[in-house]
Design a protein around this ligand. Structure first.
Ligand code: PDD
Length: 289
């Protein structure tokens, strides 16, 4: 936490050590809350409306009112960016239901706990982008509402740790013979020159980076589809990538100890990464929103 100068908690900007939350907060006791991670490039909030829309959806699905209007969220984030000195950051924000005596059912009319900070963005090392990373497959042990960006991430933490134990960086999750997503990422595969990723629904998080990759692919004539990806298609893929706000578009070149395709990042990855970087450059220059 050394590199975080101030955090936002319930209306105040404070040094991290002074930001305190009740031990009876339902976020602490039940994991009753939702979160977002928003990248900041060149001091600007990347895809803010999309992240706020997803936050609104997560809150609605757990029957909470959004504590702040969009303009107020933006003001909080911009202040955090300014405090942190701009540049390349990631905003973490979480909203929990608030403090109440322990009882499972949602208590009405609680004051939510609203917490946010900006931290330096840690990019994957250049060699991971150039050579790709290793992933394992694992059964998707999570719940059936993965479209909600819930703070309760114990299964995801277990799955990521399982990957690390096996010398890999990510776990690709399988449910009923089909791929869902990564422990903390969305997954794309390339098969016969086509880019495929599973359709949105309750079993995956609708990733903001995922949507941007599809948007860029469509705009530049790269064949792509949102389509169920079976385990067999995953294992036979020419390329596999993971996407997230903090890892961007990372090639997966080993799966369960075996090479993906020829074991090197593929041509479609190079194409989409270049399009993504161009888009980011234009964004930093204020040419696109
Ligand atoms: N996680 N799926 C899961 C389960 C995730 O946790 C994430 C991102 C994604 C990618 O979503 P996006 O492109 O909007 O970042 C997909 C964030 C980065 C995290 O938990 O730190």
């Amino acid at each position: 936490m050394n590199n975080i100068r101030q955090v936002y908690l319930n209306g105040a900007f404070l040094p991290p050590a002074q930001a305190q939350v009740s031990a009876f907060d339902r976020g602490f006791v039940f994991g009753d809350g939702v979160y977002e991670v928003i990248p900041v490039f060149g001091g600007r909030l990347f895809r803010l409306p999309q992240h706020l829309a997803r936050l609104g959806n997560s809150l609605r699905e757990i029957r909470m009112t959004n504590p702040l209007p969009a303009a107020e969220w933006q003001r909080v984030f911009e202040r955090l960016v300014e405090i942190q000195g701009g540049g390349e950051l990631s905003i973490y924000l979480q909203v929990t239901r608030g403090v109440a005596p322990r009882d499972h059912a949602f208590p009405p009319n609680l004051a939510p706990t609203v917490f946010a900070y900006a931290a330096p963005l840690k990019y994957p090392p250049a060699e991971e982008v150039e050579r790709g990373i290793a992933a394992i497959t694992a059964p998707d042990i999570r719940w059936l509402r993965c479209d909600i960006k819930a703070i309760a991430l114990l299964p995801n933490a277990m799955l990521r740790s399982q990957a690390l134990d096996q010398g890999a960086a990510e776990a690709i999750l399988l449910r009923d013979g089909f791929m869902t997503e990564g422990a903390a990422s969305n997954i794309f595969v390339v098969r016969g020159g086509r880019l495929l990723t599973p359709p949105k629904g309750p079993l995956i998080l609708p990733g903001v980076t995922r949507d941007l990759v599809l948007e860029l692919a469509r705009a530049h004539g790269v064949p792509c589809a949102e389509e169920a990806v079976s385990e067999a298609v995953l294992r036979a893929a020419d390329e596999v990538w993971m996407t997230s706000s903090t890892k961007e578009i990372l090639p997966i070149t080993r799966l369960d100890g075996k090479p993906v395709g020829d074991g090197r990042p593929g041509p479609l990855h190079a194409r989409l990464l270049a399009l993504y970087k161009d888009y980011k450059r234009d964004f930093c220059a204020g040419k696109v929103d």
